[in-house]
Design a protein around this ligand. Structure first.
Ligand SMILES: [Zn+2]
Length: 263
């Protein structure tokens, strides 16, 4: 059986990457522009994850998964009940990142949590035209999601410290208003990159567009800034869809960059 909770420790932060859906075998070529197609070795395991962090006395989730059972189940194995979650940081609102925030009866999965999202994203999502433009399969969920969270979501913009040591960093392009979260520690920060890159290949080639990003050119600019920041700070990187558990660092390698898997 696949491991569904990958625990790690970085300085005084205890964390866990939680698998929220089965891995998919995909070809990186599905994301790459024609001029960057790989001849071989393009197949890889695309993971779906969210992340739990015990940080400075707080219980934190970064994204929440696809359903309201899987992530709470994983948290239970860590002895963290849903009521204990203090803070939910949302990178963007694709269903695999936020559908787990609502119970079937429409109540909050994490009733005591402060929920944070990028301002641009929320203002775009809540527009009637945006909701109307969604495919029918997902429209009812997002109408309910916006209705439930509209007075509840905390909206942040620019590189802002949300609470002690935790910063939202706008990183638009994958979606309108997509955000990263950086948590300072006594050594290198932890940087959750959400869907800013789907595969370490994009960390090594930040100028390569991901053709499935909503705004590929803007995503490239955001990715370049992310990579420069990660190299400078030596951040421990967490990512949503890189091969499980998707933890690593980015190092300068001559004129380019190298993804270093692991802690
Ligand atoms: Zn995603």
């Amino acid at each position: 059986m696949l491991e569904n909770v990958h625990r790690f420790v970085h300085e005084d932060v205890e964390g866990a990457v939680i698998r929220i859906l089965d891995d998919e075998t995909l070809s990186a070529n599905e994301f790459l522009a024609e001029e960057h197609q790989l001849e071989e070795g393009a197949e890889y395991s695309f993971a779906y994850t969210c992340c739990y962090l015990r940080y400075r006395g707080k219980h934190i989730l970064i994204d929440a998964g696809f359903d309201p059972d899987t992530t709470p189940g994983a948290l239970e194995s860590l002895d963290v009940p849903p009521e204990a979650i203090d803070l939910v940081l949302i990178t963007h609102t694709d269903r695999d990142h936020v559908a787990g925030l609502l119970m079937p009866d429409g109540s909050f999965t994490y009733p005591n949590a402060q929920h944070v999202v990028g301002r641009d994203l929320w203002e775009y999502l809540r527009e009637p035209e945006t909701l109307d433009s969604l495919i029918e399969e997902v429209r009812p969920f997002f109408r309910k999601f916006v209705r439930t969270f509209d007075d509840h979501m905390e909206l942040w913009d620019e590189s802002t410290e949300i609470v002690d040591g935790i910063r939202l960093i706008p990183s638009p392009g994958h979606r309108v208003g997509h955000a990263l979260y950086e948590l300072e520690t006594d050594s290198t920060p932890i940087l959750h990159t959400g869907d800013a890159f789907f595969h370490p290949l994009f960390a090594e080639h930040p100028d390569w567009p991901n053709v499935t990003d909503s705004i590929p050119d803007q995503a490239v600019e955001s990715r370049k800034a992310l990579v420069a920041r990660a190299v400078e700070t030596g951040a421990l990187i967490l990512s949503s869809h890189s091969p499980f558990p998707g933890i690593g660092r980015i190092e300068q390698d001559g004129d380019g960059y190298r993804w270093m898997e692991g802690l």
